[in-house]
Design a protein around this ligand. Structure first.
Ligand SMILES: Cc1ncc(COP(=O)(O)O)c(C=O)c1O
Length: 415
């Protein structure tokens, strides 16, 4: 294994970083090492100006005319196509709107409708919980349908896929461990059994290059407030492969999915393209923030993002294990870069308190129950120096047992 870099070597790595200048395009408080962009991405300063413009000019002056003149009505489609550039989706297959949870519901229903006679949804026991909750919701409305889980009904998801399965709902990168699934292989496996796939891209869109069309994916969903930096609660997206759009039916048949929304017809007649996956009026100010965030993304080369992400996460693992390994940290993320998303998770019995002590020192990661410390590495604005500083703080918190301070045990509503 290569020798561990010292501070001078770390600074040289930052000097040589081709993404170095991107950091200036984000608003980050001085002294903060932000390792939570996998939960809530930071703002670009340009977003503040665009939000002001959207509120003062488009809403304040343009009033209702802005649905047309400021392009509000088309924003979900326009932004969907811009997300498609990062997720390997040709235009016309991605639309922004609603939440990831709601889009999971739409996608699962649509997929089940495309596989009549099949009664099983397969998902991961270790999935982000909302995926499972939404799948339970779908099952509750379709008598005779069952949800089978990896880790509960069989050790691996592949073992659950057979000719009873209508749809496989799976996370590209696991929210807790950061494990990256092989999208092409698992999609192929599902298709061989006649099933469809719904991929949750919440932790991969903007974190690594995704190839939805190339992997022949059927449906995908994801959020925009993490790696895509769209802002708190910014709307999610849904991808539906062109080949399914005419036939697929989504259950939330609201007027924005109608073929002629402004004809105000009494009966629902779905649009034949991706617009049918819309439901109702969208939060335009939030979409305007996302649009401004995309001014950063449009010029970004995802191959460089992935390369730096792997370098940052590798460095963090090596430094943390070398300097803090004796304090009871257990790596929960895959050691092999090819199997890892853009985060590193460590288990520790006092994970919650340690994360709070780190936050008090300006190193912001997060905690996931029961015992995971999660650190997200976002290559556009993080430096190798930030990795170094994070490990310095972690080592100090563990060595001095600073986490034992009782103020770090108090649990807030959001962790
Ligand atoms: C993998 C994954 N799926 C879904 C969600 C939830 O999405 P939403 O709150 O937009 O419904 C999250 C949120 O963190 C997530 O990490």
């Amino acid at each position: 294994m290569n020798q561990l870099p010292d501070l001078a070597a770390i600074e040289a790595m930052d000097e040589a970083d081709p993404l170095r200048s991107m950091r200036d395009r984000f608003s980050l408080p001085d002294g903060v090492v932000y390792l939570d962009g996998n939960s809530l991405g930071p703002a670009s300063p340009s977003v503040f100006g665009e939000l002001e413009k959207a509120a003062r000019e488009e809403w304040g002056e343009g009033l209702i005319g802005s649905w047309n003149s400021a392009g509000w009505f088309e924003l979900p489609i326009e932004l969907g196509d811009r997300i498609g550039r990062l997720t390997g989706a040709a235009p016309g297959q991605t639309v922004v709107g609603d939440t990831t949870s709601i889009n999971i519901y739409k996608a699962l229903h649509a997929a089940m409708g495309l596989r009549p006679g099949r009664s099983v949804i397969v998902a991961e026991g270790g999935s982000f919980p909302t995926d499972l909750y939404m799948a339970e919701g779908v099952v509750s409305t379709r008598p005779g349908t069952r949800l089978l889980l990896e880790g509960v009904d069989a050790p691996t998801i592949e073992e659950l896929i057979d000719d009873r399965v209508a749809v496989v709902l799976v996370n590209h990168v696991n929210y807790k461990s950061g494990e990256l699934r092989d999208m092409a292989a698992l999609t192929r496996r599902a298709h061989e059994a006649g099933a469809l796939v719904v991929w949750d891209l919440c932790h991969s869109a903007g974190a690594l290059a995704v190839d939805l069309d190339g992997a022949n994916v059927d449906f995908a969903v994801g959020c925009t407030y993490k790696y895509l930096n769209g802002g708190p609660g910014s709307p999610a997206f849904i991808y539906v492969a062109k080949r399914h759009q005419a036939e697929a039916r989504q259950p939330l048949s609201g007027w924005w999915g109608h073929a002629r929304p402004f004809a105000f017809e009494p009966r629902f007649d779905a649009d034949t393209g991706i617009r049918k996956f819309q439901c109702g009026t969208q939060p335009i100010l939030s979409l305007r923030a996302l649009k401004a965030a995309f001014d950063v993304w449009d010029a970004v080369d995802m191959a460089l993002v992935r390369e730096k992400s792997l370098a940052l996460t590798d460095l963090f693992i090596r430094l943390a294990e070398t300097r803090c390994g004796s304090f009871g940290l257990v790596l929960e993320s895959p050691r092999e870069g090819a199997k890892r998303g853009s985060q590193v998770s460590f288990a520790h019995n006092h994970a919650y308190e340690i994360v709070q002590a780190l936050i008090a020192r300006g190193v912001i990661g997060d905690f996931r129950a029961p015992a995971t410390m999660r650190f997200g590495f976002t290559p556009l604005y993080l430096r190798y120096l930030d990795v170094w500083r994070a490990v310095e703080a972690l080592e100090e918190v563990l060595r001095t047992q600073a986490w034992k301070d009782e103020r770090f045990a108090a649990r807030a509503a959001v962790t």
